[in-house]
Design a protein around this ligand. Structure first.
Ligand code: ATP
Length: 241
Protein backbone atom coordinates (compact mmCIF):
# COMPACT_ATOMS: atom_id res chain seq x y z
CA UNK A 1 0.00 0.00 0.00
CA UNK A 2 1.18 3.54 -0.70
CA UNK A 3 2.25 5.60 2.29
CA UNK A 4 0.65 8.67 0.83
CA UNK A 5 -2.07 8.85 -1.79
CA UNK A 6 -3.26 12.06 -3.33
CA UNK A 7 -6.41 11.52 -5.33
CA UNK A 8 -7.92 14.12 -7.64
CA UNK A 9 -6.81 16.87 -5.28
CA UNK A 10 -7.77 20.45 -6.00
CA UNK A 11 -6.69 23.33 -3.75
CA UNK A 12 -7.53 26.97 -4.23
CA UNK A 13 -6.58 30.40 -3.04
CA UNK A 14 -9.91 32.19 -3.36
CA UNK A 15 -10.88 31.88 -6.99
CA UNK A 16 -7.40 30.85 -8.08
CA UNK A 17 -6.88 27.12 -8.51
CA UNK A 18 -3.32 26.39 -7.33
CA UNK A 19 -3.50 22.56 -7.39
CA UNK A 20 -5.69 21.05 -10.07
CA UNK A 21 -7.17 17.55 -9.90
CA UNK A 22 -3.79 16.11 -8.95
CA UNK A 23 -3.25 12.40 -8.36
CA UNK A 24 0.00 11.01 -6.95
CA UNK A 25 0.88 7.80 -5.09
CA UNK A 26 4.00 7.77 -2.94
CA UNK A 27 5.47 4.55 -1.56
CA UNK A 28 6.81 4.20 1.98
CA UNK A 29 10.42 5.35 2.10
CA UNK A 30 10.28 6.92 -1.35
CA UNK A 31 11.98 10.29 -1.91
CA UNK A 32 9.92 12.35 -4.34
CA UNK A 33 10.92 15.78 -5.65
CA UNK A 34 8.35 18.25 -6.93
CA UNK A 35 9.83 20.45 -9.62
CA UNK A 36 8.29 23.39 -11.41
CA UNK A 37 8.44 27.12 -12.01
CA UNK A 38 7.24 29.67 -9.48
CA UNK A 39 3.49 29.42 -9.05
CA UNK A 40 3.26 25.81 -10.29
CA UNK A 41 1.50 24.85 -7.06
CA UNK A 42 4.26 22.96 -5.23
CA UNK A 43 3.99 24.84 -1.95
CA UNK A 44 0.21 24.69 -1.97
CA UNK A 45 0.37 20.93 -2.58
CA UNK A 46 2.74 20.38 0.37
CA UNK A 47 0.62 22.60 2.60
CA UNK A 48 -2.55 20.75 1.60
CA UNK A 49 -0.91 17.40 2.37
CA UNK A 50 0.10 18.77 5.79
CA UNK A 51 -3.40 20.11 6.39
CA UNK A 52 -2.42 23.75 6.82
CA UNK A 53 -4.24 24.57 3.58
CA UNK A 54 -7.71 23.13 2.91
CA UNK A 55 -8.48 20.79 0.03
CA UNK A 56 -11.23 22.14 -2.22
CA UNK A 57 -11.96 18.65 -3.55
CA UNK A 58 -10.27 15.26 -3.80
CA UNK A 59 -8.60 13.20 -1.07
CA UNK A 60 -5.37 12.77 0.82
CA UNK A 61 -4.81 9.30 2.28
CA UNK A 62 -2.14 8.38 4.81
CA UNK A 63 -1.50 4.61 4.93
CA UNK A 64 -4.88 4.11 3.27
CA UNK A 65 -6.77 6.29 5.76
CA UNK A 66 -8.58 9.34 4.42
CA UNK A 67 -7.17 12.35 6.29
CA UNK A 68 -8.59 15.06 4.01
CA UNK A 69 -10.69 16.49 6.83
CA UNK A 70 -8.12 15.87 9.58
CA UNK A 71 -6.68 19.05 11.12
CA UNK A 72 -2.96 19.76 10.77
CA UNK A 73 -1.98 19.00 14.39
CA UNK A 74 -3.60 15.57 14.15
CA UNK A 75 -1.82 14.89 10.86
CA UNK A 76 1.45 15.80 12.60
CA UNK A 77 0.63 13.34 15.36
CA UNK A 78 -0.18 10.76 12.67
CA UNK A 79 3.29 11.19 11.16
CA UNK A 80 3.23 14.05 8.63
CA UNK A 81 5.73 16.83 9.28
CA UNK A 82 6.14 19.97 7.17
CA UNK A 83 9.29 22.09 7.00
CA UNK A 84 7.66 25.22 5.60
CA UNK A 85 9.09 27.63 3.08
CA UNK A 86 10.65 30.50 5.02
CA UNK A 87 11.22 28.27 8.08
CA UNK A 88 8.70 30.02 10.35
CA UNK A 89 10.57 29.69 13.61
CA UNK A 90 9.60 31.48 16.81
CA UNK A 91 12.26 34.20 16.59
CA UNK A 92 12.16 35.13 20.29
CA UNK A 93 12.33 31.58 21.55
CA UNK A 94 15.58 29.66 21.95
CA UNK A 95 16.65 26.97 19.52
CA UNK A 96 15.94 24.29 22.14
CA UNK A 97 12.46 25.72 22.74
CA UNK A 98 11.78 25.76 19.00
CA UNK A 99 12.87 22.14 18.76
CA UNK A 100 10.62 21.15 21.66
CA UNK A 101 7.62 23.13 20.46
CA UNK A 102 5.74 20.21 18.96
CA UNK A 103 6.29 18.02 22.03
CA UNK A 104 2.62 17.15 22.42
CA UNK A 105 2.42 15.70 18.91
CA UNK A 106 5.66 13.71 19.27
CA UNK A 107 5.64 10.09 18.28
CA UNK A 108 8.12 7.54 19.51
CA UNK A 109 11.13 7.00 17.27
CA UNK A 110 14.80 7.75 16.80
CA UNK A 111 14.59 11.54 16.98
CA UNK A 112 14.99 13.49 20.19
CA UNK A 113 16.94 16.57 21.21
CA UNK A 114 20.20 14.61 21.41
CA UNK A 115 19.89 12.86 18.05
CA UNK A 116 18.77 16.04 16.29
CA UNK A 117 21.81 17.89 17.65
CA UNK A 118 23.97 14.96 16.57
CA UNK A 119 22.57 15.21 13.03
CA UNK A 120 22.86 19.02 12.99
CA UNK A 121 26.04 19.67 15.01
CA UNK A 122 25.93 23.37 14.08
CA UNK A 123 23.05 23.67 16.56
CA UNK A 124 24.96 22.36 19.56
CA UNK A 125 26.53 25.69 20.63
CA UNK A 126 23.30 27.52 19.80
CA UNK A 127 20.69 25.66 21.81
CA UNK A 128 20.17 28.58 24.19
CA UNK A 129 20.45 31.29 21.53
CA UNK A 130 17.36 33.08 20.24
CA UNK A 131 16.31 31.56 16.92
CA UNK A 132 16.04 35.04 15.41
CA UNK A 133 19.78 35.58 15.98
CA UNK A 134 20.89 32.52 14.02
CA UNK A 135 22.35 32.42 10.54
CA UNK A 136 20.07 31.25 7.73
CA UNK A 137 21.70 27.81 7.69
CA UNK A 138 21.29 27.39 11.44
CA UNK A 139 17.67 28.49 11.22
CA UNK A 140 17.01 25.96 8.49
CA UNK A 141 18.69 23.24 10.55
CA UNK A 142 16.41 24.22 13.46
CA UNK A 143 13.32 24.07 11.22
CA UNK A 144 14.25 20.61 9.93
CA UNK A 145 15.16 19.49 13.45
CA UNK A 146 11.80 20.68 14.75
CA UNK A 147 10.05 18.56 12.11
CA UNK A 148 12.22 15.54 12.90
CA UNK A 149 11.38 15.82 16.59
CA UNK A 150 7.89 14.63 15.64
CA UNK A 151 9.43 11.37 14.41
CA UNK A 152 7.50 11.65 11.16
CA UNK A 153 6.95 8.89 8.64
CA UNK A 154 6.35 11.55 5.96
CA UNK A 155 8.60 14.58 5.81
CA UNK A 156 7.61 17.48 3.55
CA UNK A 157 10.54 19.79 2.78
CA UNK A 158 9.73 23.10 1.09
CA UNK A 159 12.74 24.82 -0.47
CA UNK A 160 15.17 24.17 2.36
CA UNK A 161 18.04 25.84 0.51
CA UNK A 162 16.19 29.05 -0.36
CA UNK A 163 18.16 32.13 0.64
CA UNK A 164 21.10 30.19 2.11
CA UNK A 165 24.76 30.60 1.21
CA UNK A 166 26.27 27.70 -0.78
CA UNK A 167 28.18 26.68 2.34
CA UNK A 168 25.02 26.63 4.45
CA UNK A 169 23.21 24.59 1.79
CA UNK A 170 26.09 22.14 1.87
CA UNK A 171 25.75 21.85 5.65
CA UNK A 172 21.99 21.30 5.56
CA UNK A 173 22.23 18.65 2.85
CA UNK A 174 25.12 16.91 4.59
CA UNK A 175 22.87 16.50 7.62
CA UNK A 176 19.97 15.36 5.45
CA UNK A 177 22.12 12.49 4.16
CA UNK A 178 21.56 10.56 7.39
CA UNK A 179 17.85 11.03 6.91
CA UNK A 180 17.92 9.83 3.32
CA UNK A 181 19.26 6.48 4.43
CA UNK A 182 16.26 6.03 6.73
CA UNK A 183 12.87 4.72 5.75
CA UNK A 184 11.18 8.06 6.16
CA UNK A 185 9.19 9.12 3.10
CA UNK A 186 10.25 12.51 1.77
CA UNK A 187 8.43 14.91 -0.53
CA UNK A 188 10.74 17.76 -1.36
CA UNK A 189 10.55 21.01 -3.28
CA UNK A 190 13.99 22.19 -4.31
CA UNK A 191 14.93 24.74 -6.97
CA UNK A 192 18.49 23.42 -7.24
CA UNK A 193 18.23 20.60 -9.77
CA UNK A 194 21.62 19.17 -8.88
CA UNK A 195 20.44 18.68 -5.30
CA UNK A 196 17.10 17.41 -6.51
CA UNK A 197 18.70 14.67 -8.60
CA UNK A 198 21.06 13.74 -5.76
CA UNK A 199 18.21 13.25 -3.30
CA UNK A 200 15.18 12.05 -5.23
CA UNK A 201 14.13 8.57 -6.35
CA UNK A 202 11.38 10.11 -8.45
CA UNK A 203 10.92 13.51 -10.02
CA UNK A 204 7.47 14.96 -10.53
CA UNK A 205 7.24 18.01 -12.79
CA UNK A 206 4.39 20.39 -12.07
CA UNK A 207 2.90 23.12 -14.20
CA UNK A 208 -0.17 25.22 -13.47
CA UNK A 209 -1.26 23.03 -10.58
CA UNK A 210 -1.01 19.69 -12.36
CA UNK A 211 1.60 17.03 -13.07
CA UNK A 212 3.05 17.30 -16.58
CA UNK A 213 5.69 14.58 -16.29
CA UNK A 214 7.18 12.18 -13.81
CA UNK A 215 9.88 9.58 -13.84
CA UNK A 216 12.66 7.89 -11.95
CA UNK A 217 15.46 10.33 -11.23
CA UNK A 218 18.03 7.95 -12.71
CA UNK A 219 16.06 7.82 -15.96
CA UNK A 220 15.52 11.55 -16.44
CA UNK A 221 18.03 14.16 -17.50
CA UNK A 222 18.31 17.67 -16.19
CA UNK A 223 17.59 18.92 -19.71
CA UNK A 224 14.29 17.00 -19.80
CA UNK A 225 13.27 18.41 -16.45
CA UNK A 226 14.16 21.95 -17.54
CA UNK A 227 11.95 21.60 -20.60
CA UNK A 228 8.98 20.55 -18.49
CA UNK A 229 9.88 23.23 -16.02
CA UNK A 230 9.32 25.90 -18.58
CA UNK A 231 6.35 24.18 -20.16
CA UNK A 232 8.07 23.50 -23.49
CA UNK A 233 7.09 19.83 -23.69
CA UNK A 234 3.75 18.14 -24.20
CA UNK A 235 2.16 17.26 -20.84
CA UNK A 236 1.32 13.88 -19.28
CA UNK A 237 4.55 12.15 -20.16
CA UNK A 238 5.84 9.35 -18.01
CA UNK A 239 9.59 9.39 -18.40
CA UNK A 240 11.54 6.17 -18.29
CA UNK A 241 8.75 4.30 -16.48
P1 ATP B 1 6.92 29.08 -5.53
O1 ATP B 1 8.12 28.36 -5.99
O2 ATP B 1 6.87 30.52 -5.98
O3 ATP B 1 6.62 28.95 -4.06
P2 ATP B 1 4.91 27.12 -6.06
O4 ATP B 1 5.06 26.17 -7.19
O5 ATP B 1 5.22 26.62 -4.71
O6 ATP B 1 5.71 28.43 -6.34
P3 ATP B 1 2.45 28.07 -4.96
O7 ATP B 1 3.18 28.93 -4.00
O8 ATP B 1 1.74 26.88 -4.46
O9 ATP B 1 3.42 27.61 -6.13
O10 ATP B 1 1.43 28.98 -5.77
C1 ATP B 1 0.48 28.43 -6.69
C2 ATP B 1 -0.45 29.57 -7.13
O11 ATP B 1 -1.20 30.00 -6.01
C3 ATP B 1 0.28 30.79 -7.68
O12 ATP B 1 -0.48 31.32 -8.72
C4 ATP B 1 0.30 31.73 -6.49
O13 ATP B 1 0.31 33.09 -6.92
C5 ATP B 1 -1.01 31.39 -5.80
N1 ATP B 1 -0.93 31.61 -4.35
C6 ATP B 1 -0.05 31.01 -3.51
N2 ATP B 1 -0.26 31.43 -2.24
C7 ATP B 1 -1.31 32.29 -2.29
C8 ATP B 1 -2.01 33.06 -1.30
N3 ATP B 1 -1.69 32.99 -0.02
N4 ATP B 1 -3.02 33.83 -1.73
C9 ATP B 1 -3.37 33.90 -3.04
N5 ATP B 1 -2.75 33.20 -4.02
C10 ATP B 1 -1.73 32.41 -3.66
Amino acid sequence: MSALQIQGLTARHGLLTAVRDLTLDIAAGEKVALVGANGAGKTTLLRTIAGVHPAFSGQVLLDGVDITATPAHKRAAAGIALVPEGRRLFADMSVAENLMVSRSARRSGPWNLDTVVEAFPQLKPKLKARAGELSGGQQQATAIGRALMLNPTILLLDEVSLGLSPLAVEGVYASLQALLAMRVTIVLVEQDLKRTFAVADRIVCMLEGGIVAEGRADQMSREQVMEYYFGNRAPSAKVGA
